[in-house]
Design a protein around this ligand. Structure first.
Ligand code: FE
Length: 297
């Protein structure tokens, strides 16, 4: 079946990731926030971690640090992480798992390679994105949605060339199990050579496509977007995605969409609020221990 959309979105700009070190010093590729692109409302950050090969004992993560006012979404493709926070929550992330953490009023947490990964080493590969919360939800109680790979809905096209994992939103007849504060779409597409599909998205949502493997043709003008590049889409009802039949390998990408909050953003390291006074308050609350601390086990 081929659905026709009145307006297909066009790629407005393509941003190449910057390479940087995050947390305790692990390598990430970051298309935003950078000098070229500060945010794509409501998305505040996209970090592509690795892929990086660590030997036994070498893995690096992010030791104790706070967050307030937004959500961190971790999606692991390879390796293993363990998570621990000031409220006593802990959990593990294996390949294909998603942790959608609503920091809300504040957590202090650590995100470290799992004990098994530290013992054996291996390849760490994944993503963390930051999703802003609307002003009314910035101080909500922290919440975790830890979703194992087996519970992430998957779907594929009739010809088998298009596969999608649905982390948030809907695609190819599958609906996400994760609940979001504002309407969010977060999809992982794998497109074989010759694949072609169209993703519908509400017309007023902001949208981006981040390619992390191969080359994809994105938007109404089939713009080639390579590994490590992010395409920001213009307005429209749908996004066309394809891979040239002459390519030797599939393309993999994240497609993100969300209703813009259109609110002021005051941002300082791990705190994202609406005003500078709220940032000062967040810093005070963290420094005086009001976001808690991680108890040694
Ligand atoms: Fe964190």
């Amino acid at each position: 079946m081929n659905t026709c959309y009145a307006t297909e979105r066009k790629v407005e700009s393509v941003v190449t990731s910057e390479r940087t070190l995050e947390g305790g010093g692990f390598p990430v590729r970051r298309p935003f926030p950078t000098a070229a692109l500060m945010q794509v409302d409501p998305f505040l950050l996209l970090d592509h971690l690795g892929p990086v090969k660590w030997g036994p004992g070498e893995g690096i993560g992010a030791p104790d640090h706070p967050h307030r006012g937004f959500e961190t979404v971790t999606y692991l493709l390879s390796g293993g992480f363990q998570h621990k926070d000031s409220a006593g929550h802990s959990g593990k992330l294996a390949p294909g798992d998603v942790q959608w953490m609503t920091a809300g009023a504040g957590v202090v947490h650590s995100e470290l390679p799992s004990d098994e990964f530290m013992r054996d080493g291996g390849v760490m590969h994944g993503f963390q994105i930051w999703v802003n919360l609307p002003a009314r939800d910035k101080m909500v109680k922290p919440r975790y949605q830890d979703i194992p790979a087996s519970r992430i809905p998957q779907s594929q096209s009739a010809d088998g060339k298009v596969k999608v994992r649905v982390i948030a939103g809907e695609a190819l007849g599958a609906s996400a199990v994760i609940d979001t504060h504002t309407p969010i779409t977060y999809l992982h597409y794998t497109l074989a050579p010759g694949a072609r599909t169209t993703q519908a998205l509400p017309i007023d949502h902001n949208a981006l496509v981040y390619v992390f493997s191969g080359t994809a043709l994105v938007g109404s003008e089939s713009r080639a977007v390579r590994e490590g590049q992010l395409a920001v889409l213009g307005a429209g009802e749908a996004i066309a995605l394809a891979v040239d039949a002459a390519q030797s390998a599939p393309a993999q990408l994240l497609l993100l969409g969300g209703a813009p909050l259109n609110e002021p953003v005051a941002r300082y390291g791990p705190f994202v609020m609406n005003t500078h006074e709220e940032i000062r308050q967040a810093v005070r609350d963290f420094q005086t221990g009001r976001m808690g601390r991680i108890m040694p086990s």
